[in-house]
Unconditional design. Structure first.
Length: 227
């Protein structure tokens, strides 16, 4: 898409051109996330582009609060910002936010992990193919997860997982760090895929942490000592 504006080179605090970002907001009472790339830096704005037009993004209007996160090794940089405008002739693909202020670091490892079964949606682009499917978690933490899936994933593959249930709603970009082959003797009829979250919004981390806390308390209260 041609855009008749030229962004300045540079960074916004620790955000850089070509950073992969996850943008989150609430629309119509639901949590919504978008994956994009930083394509420009202006004195007062950060420009983000999506690979395709997203109708949910097209519904955003100036003043809409946003959270933006980008991975940095074992951490993520997170900022709170505000949607300012759509860029270009078509709404829903390229947009600008106010220049972020305070940049916070969020740790992505060393979180409490809970064994739990939750349905998840998985999408990945690996070796020139788009992969998508559903599975269920084996365990989850605010920094990663392990789940059952028949998708042909390999170590190092990047993917997105989404949980959308009555008890937990969250999404994250992740990297495959371990694959356990099926082994019925070990109670593993389907391969287990362990992932490390590389980009997740603070709000989604908080929701996972709260879910783990309340689920653990419920299990202990009802005599279930395995948490």
């Amino acid at each position: 898409m041609a855009v008749n504006e030229t962004p300045d080179e540079g960074t916004v605090d620790d955000f850089r051109l070509q950073d992969e970002v996850r943008v989150g907001t609430r629309l119509d009472g639901r949590n919504v996330t978008f994956r994009g790339v930083v394509i420009g830096v202006q004195a007062l704005e950060l420009w983000i582009g999506l690979p395709h037009v997203d109708e949910k993004l097209a519904a955003c209007e100036p003043g809409q609060p946003l959270s933006v996160a980008t991975p940095r090794g074992d951490k993520a940089l997170v900022v709170d910002t505000t949607f300012t405008r759509h860029i270009g002739p078509r709404r829903g693909r390229i947009f600008a936010t106010t220049r972020p202020g305070e940049v916070r670091e969020t740790q992505l490892r060393a979180y409490v992990r809970l064994e739990t079964v939750l349905p998840i949606e998985i999408s990945a682009s690996a070796r020139g193919k788009l992969l998508a499917g559903v599975g269920q978690t084996v365990d989850i933490s605010a920094g990663g997860a392990c789940f059952e899936s028949n998708l042909a994933l390999q170590l190092g593959d990047r993917l997105t997982i989404k949980v959308d249930t009555s008890v937990l709603e969250a999404a994250a970009d992740a990297e495959v760090v371990r694959i356990d082959a099926p082994d019925r003797r070990q109670g593993r009829p389907v391969q287990w895929i362990a992932v490390r979250f590389t980009s997740i919004l603070e709000a989604d981390q908080d929701r996972i942490t709260r879910y783990i806390y309340y689920e653990t308390r419920w299990r202990l209260t009802h005599g279930q000592t395995s948490v």
